[in-house]
Structures are given as C-alpha cells and as structure tokens.
Design a protein around this ligand. Structure first.
Ligand code: PNS
Length: 165
C-alpha cells in the first residue's frame, strides 16, 4: 500500500527549514501532501493562493509532492486525502510542548492517525516564517533564509527591498 503523509502548516511564507522537511519526508513516504491552512487565529501576511504559489515555485523539482490547502480540522482533511500520517518538523525544545499537545489532540480525534516528527537540520533551528518576515520588513536580505522564488513576494508585500537600504 502506498504511504501518503500530510505536511500541514501556515507556510507564511515557506522557508528553507520547511523545504528541508519536505525534501527529507519525500524520501520516507511515497507521497507527501503539503497542505496550507486557510483560517488561522493570527492574520497571515500572504493569501492562501500566494502561499500555495510560492510553494509550487519552490518545490516543483520534487516529484512525489502535492500542494493543496485546507479548512477546518486537520484530522478530517488527512482522512479525506486517505493519508495515515501527519508530518511535523521540530526545531528545538521550544516547539516540543505545542507539538506534543497537537499530536495528542489529533490522536484523540482520530486514533488511526500517526504524527511523524522530524528534527530540522541544525542550520535551520533558528529559522521561522515570523523571523523571515521581520527581516524582510526592515529591508534586509532574506536570500539565505527562503527558497529563491520567495524574496520577491516578500519585498513586493512590504514595498521595499535590500537595495533600498
Ligand atoms: O505552521 P503552523 O502554523 O505551525 O501550523 C499549525 C497547523 C496548521 C498544523 C495547526 O494549526 C492545525 O493543524 N490547524 C488546523 C486545525 C486543527 O486541526 N487543530 C487541532 C490540532 S492543533
């Protein structure tokens, strides 16, 4: 049976840390569905369409990947996609508490689903979408933090770029 996993997240925007997890999980599972969450408590910078587009441009070279978006409960979406596994990246102990809580509630909601954690590569342990937005907002270079298609989306949103400094 083909193993299908879902890698959910806000991806606001996708970072090199996310790409690392996507590349590595694509070697573990037959197919990985990268799923962008529609509604969030905190206001995203990018629309869902923009986030999906950035992902498409960033990881189109990986063959066994699907990019999608979802609304509502993650477990319902995972079931709907006939997947059995949720993939999440762990950067540091600071991620652990939230992730343990999320994995526990997801297991309670659907005991058939497993959460598969991957430690992020050390070089990305400091990296988050929030940090990337902070850096881009102040017109600093984000070229080492995000995949090549992403900086132009950020600088367009903020109406600035490192060359303005
Ligand atoms: O990239 P993020 O913001 O850390 O991703 C969080 C995400 C999307 C995995 C989480 O918020 C989620 O699964 N939301 C969907 C609603 C849900 O199922 N909540 C219960 C589990 S936390």
């Amino acid at each position: 049976m083909a193993s299908v996993a879902v890698y959910p997240g806000s991806f606001d925007p996708v970072t090199n840390g996310h790409v690392d997890i996507i590349e590595r999980s694509s070697k573990v599972f037959n197919k990985v569905i990268v799923a962008v969450l529609h509604n969030r408590n905190k206001e995203p910078l990018f629309t869902v369409d923009e986030r999906v587009q950035m992902l498409k441009e960033s990881i189109e070279y990986i063959p066994n990947i699907e990019i999608d978006s979802f609304n509502g409960l993650l477990v319902d979406y995972v079931r709907h996609k006939q997947a059995k596994t949720i993939v999440r990246g762990l950067r540091a102990v600071t991620d652990f508490e939230y992730e343990m809580q999320a994995a526990s509630i997801n297991r309670k909601l659907d005991p058939e689903l497993e959460t598969f954690f991957m430690m992020t590569n050390n070089q990305y342990s400091y990296l988050s979408s929030s940090i990337v937005k902070e850096v881009a907002k102040y017109e600093a270079d984000v070229g080492d933090l995000v995949p090549p298609p992403v900086p132009k989306y950020l600088y367009k949103k903020y109406g600035s770029s490192p060359s303005d400094r």
